[in-house]
Write a protein that binds this ligand. Sequence first.
Ligand code: PLP
Length: 383
Amino acid sequence: MSSKTDFRTLCVHAGELKDTQHGGAISPLYASTSYSFTDVKIGQYPRYFNTPNQRGLSEKIAALEGAEAGMIFGSGMAAISTALLSHLKAGDHVVFQDDLYGGTRNFIKHEFPKYGIEFSFTKGLNPENFSDEIKSNTQGIYIETPSNPTLKIIDLKAVAALAKSAGLWTMIDNTFASPVNQNPIALGIDIVLHSATKYLGGHSDICAGAVLGTKECIDRVFSSAKNFGGSLSDYTVWLLERSVKTLYIRVQAQNQNAQQIAEFLEHADWVDHVFYPGLKSHPDHALAKAQMQGFGGMLSFNLGTQVDSKKFLLSLALIKPTMSLAGIESTALSPHLTSHALLTEAERLAQGITPQMIRFSTGIEAVEDIKADLFQAYKKAIK
Ligand SMILES: *Cc1c(COP(=O)(O)O)cnc(C)c1O
């Protein structure tokens, strides 16, 4: 890689706006919602996703995913719902992987029937589980890897090849990996989605989303997006650009901490099981190593039966028991009580989610402090 296209350099500089008026070092913020119509071909307007800051940040995130083009949305769900609906019509069918982010699952189950769009969930995460669900009216395959919260890995090259041979599009929710650890377009996936609320934002203070793909695909998303109107305020676009500049160093620190915490928990006799693709014991470790540049900051673990899981979460002092993930501060939650609470008990168990499971989002604190906090919380939570 030449230094011009090095990922770290792209994080800082891709898509930046020049301050030609004052020579400032950073992108100016253009908050205007009204632009002259006399000398601009297509009207510039925030809901047309084409203000200077929106275009700059779209270019930056597209560069990080190796995509031709991109769009920034007001939330991850705005990005996901718009990408899906722009590619579907009544009578179409989509194959979704089984372990899916709860909000996406709710969107499909609640909205698709109203529009006459059919869907199936796979019965496993192997490529053959996806081909099993393809029907004559199937248009595309939608995946998420590593999966939430059990960190299973899907073979991206195999699923992309399978979809291409069947003439289907592929979409991936790449939120958990972040563009630092996984670039699905290079592996043959068509459309990459992000909840920028997570790693791209990284400080738990921004709600945003992104869609990346070919120019043709983004044009198609745009044709629906301008009608749905899920654009992001330029103030937040500007703040998100600042966040993405430090994406690489944040995620590297999170990767390193997560690996050490996973190894620490794997050797703790008060933990029954650790789910982390960076562990040699993870069933998909070799696949993760082949298709990811890093194993990510997310991990899950099952507390031993001698530990009260609720008390464990409430006894954490440094680690915050909060929803959401990917901030620079470590957080933990119970998928059973929060992210997956809307599933039935049977659906949860089918995905391997028990009340003893803790999902952990690794921050950039000193790893010894994180380990010490986990250990003292365990001591307090022994039944
Ligand atoms: C949070 C999240 C979303 C939804 O994003 P919002 O910004 O909350 O709308 C989608 N997918 C994954 C994997 C997420 O973690």
